[in-house]
Design a protein around this ligand. Structure first.
Ligand SMILES: Nc1ncnc2c1ncn2[C@@H]1O[C@H](COP(=O)(O)OP(=O)(O)OP(=O)(O)O)[C@@H](O)[C@H]1O
Length: 591
């Protein structure tokens, strides 16, 4: 536990923790000495010469006062270390989130991350003040008492010395069982929390389909599993706790019986017996509080383990000898990819359990300042290609190059500076429209902002909104329509002014008029940027310099609109159906 705290706090936090531990240990030992001094105090008080008590009483009061001072300092230190712990953890988690590969952030892991950063960090920050101190004193105070007992009655001390390992063994066994059960219960609670969140988020869909809480199977299952974990905790954990409590009472009874027999055979006087019994009660009390403190510490340890596991996740690997992209071109050479962990940046190429390849031997080049359209049926792997350009994940085979340099040799900062992305799922931060657009380039001039707004069609949104640029978008952009959100995100990507722009279904939420205007803007952008446009709507892609048709993870056709229509393949059949039906959506060709 203490090792975990040192690990999480890092070198800068270790000095206050050292100080705190010294204070807590000192306070615990002094408490033991003060309790031990009660023996000569009581013995002299009840014995034939009560006046002999004064030196012992003075020593007892001095020790008790010194203990109170150290205890006060230890409590204060506990709070200081606790708040430092929360600051360090939040900062380390935020830094680590920046360095983790984007592919790591699945919905489940994001929920776990936010739980850890929120309630779990708060839980852990109370450890030094509320859990560590009682735990240390529940170990050191009894240890001091056992040593002190040697000065009063060696036989009692020897019995305690023999019993101590038995008590510790019972406690350790019970703790190990409880820890495993706690882990299972934590996981069950986490699952329920995720399902409740999902249930809340999906209310529109669930209500539309008339599903009530009772009918929401995933939530029901999670709650049943949580109740099962609770029952398991009680059924399997309780025997351990009861055994420990039973063992401590047994030790007390044994010593009481021995004390009485020693008294009866005349080898122990009454005042010493009474004083030893008082000491024994204190000792059993302290040992019992170890079990209570242990429960809290066990939970904190599990949490620290989970925090440690997240902080140990391999970060986005930075190249040892970074290279700068030479231009704004993009090149895929024999790229293969599958979603099985083998494609995590830094992961073993081709490692992990075998999964179906999503991309297979994909080779293409996007020349600088050109427009390429990537089309294909749903699930063909288009978004995966976009993610590989931005190195959300690494290709499992082949190489992705930007400006002639392997993306694995480019630093994350350089990569971010070179690639701008617009996805269909737009996320806006709670703030104004202007703040959301300026995230891309905080120092952009009003002219640059206006140009990005004009190209993306955001200028028309601004005109319609009474508060214009100062309109608050709400959490996640909830106060804007889907089309408005999309235009904010397009403007943001344009303002960033990266040489490569990837638009993945960027126009999906736009109406036909805005989509046509945006298609026009995209055409003009191709003079300045390398564009990779993924779109179901053919009107956006007909003017592309090259069109790549991706089917089932493979490029099956490539060429301009005219050549592909003339070739009479998949693209031509898409086109034919679109013109015949006057539809705009691209769908899978009938097989
Ligand atoms: N994170 C993921 N983990 C596992 N499989 C995934 C993941 N993301 C996508 N896939 C799978 O990879 C394949 C390609 O998905 P991708 O999203 O790249 O296709 P797409 O062509 O962009 O589809 P759409 O046009 O519907 O957006 C699909 O079979 C999909 O189920």
């Amino acid at each position: 536990m203490i090792r975990q705290l040192y690990r999480v706090l890092g070198p800068e936090g270790s000095r206050p923790l050292n100080r705190l531990l010294v204070l807590q240990c000192g306070a615990a030992v002094l408490q033991g000495v003060a309790f031990a001094l009660l023996v000569p105090v009581l013995r002299d008080l009840l014995g034939p010469d009560p006046d002999a008590v004064w030196p012992w009483l003075t020593a007892f009061v001095t020790c008790a006062l010194a203990h109170a001072v150290l205890q006060g300092a230890a409590i204060g230190g506990g709070f200081t270390v606790g708040s430092r712990l929360s600051r360090v953890l939040h900062r380390r988690m935020a830094d680590h989130a920046l360095r983790l590969p984007l592919g790591w952030f699945t919905a489940g892991r994001t929920a776990e991350f936010s739980r850890l950063a929120g309630q779990n960090v708060i839980q852990v920050m109370s450890t030094p003040a509320h859990l560590l101190r009682p735990f240390i004193s529940s170990l050191l105070t009894p240890a001091t008492l056992v040593i002190a007992t040697f000065f009063f009655d060696v036989r009692t001390a020897l019995v305690l010395l023999v019993c101590a390992p038995v008590l510790f063994a019972v406690q350790a066994a019970s703790s190990a069982v409880m820890r495993r059960l706690d882990l299972g219960r934590d996981a069950a609670i986490g699952e329920s929390a995720d399902r409740v969140l999902e249930y809340a988020r999906n209310q529109p869909v669930l209500r539309a389909f008339g599903r009530t809480a009772e009918g929401y199977g995933a939530l029901d299952d999670a709650l049943v599993a949580e109740a099962r974990a609770d029952r398991r905790l009680i059924a399997r954990g309780l025997p351990g706790l009861v055994s420990f409590s039973f063992a401590t009472r047994l030790v007390f009874a044994l010593l009481l019986a021995l004390g009485v027999s020693w008294r009866l055979d005349g080898s122990l006087d009454v005042p010493t017996l009474l004083a030893l019994l008082v000491l024994l009660v204190r000792l059993i009390d302290s040992v019992s509080s170890a079990a209570e403190a242990g429960a809290g510490l066990r939970i904190a340890r599990n949490t620290l383990d989970r925090l440690g596991a997240v902080l140990d996740e391999p970060p986005f690997p930075q190249p040892a000898e970074p290279k700068k992209p030479r231009d704004g071109s993009v090149e895929f050479t024999g790229v293969g990819f599958r979603y099985d962990g083998g494609g995590e940046p830094g992961g073993e190429p081709g490692g992990g359990a075998a999964a179906r390849p999503v991309l297979n031997d994909v080779t293409f080049r996007l020349p600088e300042r050109s427009m390429t359209a990537l089309v294909g049926p749903s699930g063909a792997g288009k978004t995966t290609v976009a993610g590989l350009v931005a190195r959300f994940r690494d290709a499992t085979e082949g190489t992705v190059r930007i400006g002639g340099v392997d993306v694995r040799e480019i630093t994350a900062d350089d990569l971010a500076a070179h690639v701008s992305l617009v996805f269909q799922d737009v996320y806006l931060f709670d703030g104004t429209i202007e703040e959301n657009v300026r995230i891309a380039a905080p120092d952009a001039s009003p002219g640059e902002l206006a140009e990005a707004a004009a190209l993306s069609g955001l200028d028309r949104v601004i005109e319609e909104l009474p508060e214009g640029w100062a309109t608050e978008v709400g959490e996640g952009g909830a106060r804007l329509s889907g089309g408005q959100r999309q235009r904010v995100s397009i403007a943001r990507a344009l303002l960033k002014d990266a040489p490569i722009l990837v638009l993945d279904e960027a126009t999906a939420a736009l109406d036909q008029e805005n989509e046509a205007l945006f298609a026009e803007a995209v055409r003009t952008l191709a003079d300045r940027k390398t564009l990779l446009v993924i779109a179901h709507r053919l009107s956006t892609v007909v003017h592309a310099d090259q069109i790549l048709v991706l089917e089932d993870g493979e490029i099956t056709e490539r060429g301009t609109h005219e050549t592909l229509v003339a070739a009479g393949g998949t693209y031509a059949s898409f086109w034919e159906r679109r013109t015949r039906a006057h539809g705009w959506r691209l769908e899978a060709a009938p097989s």
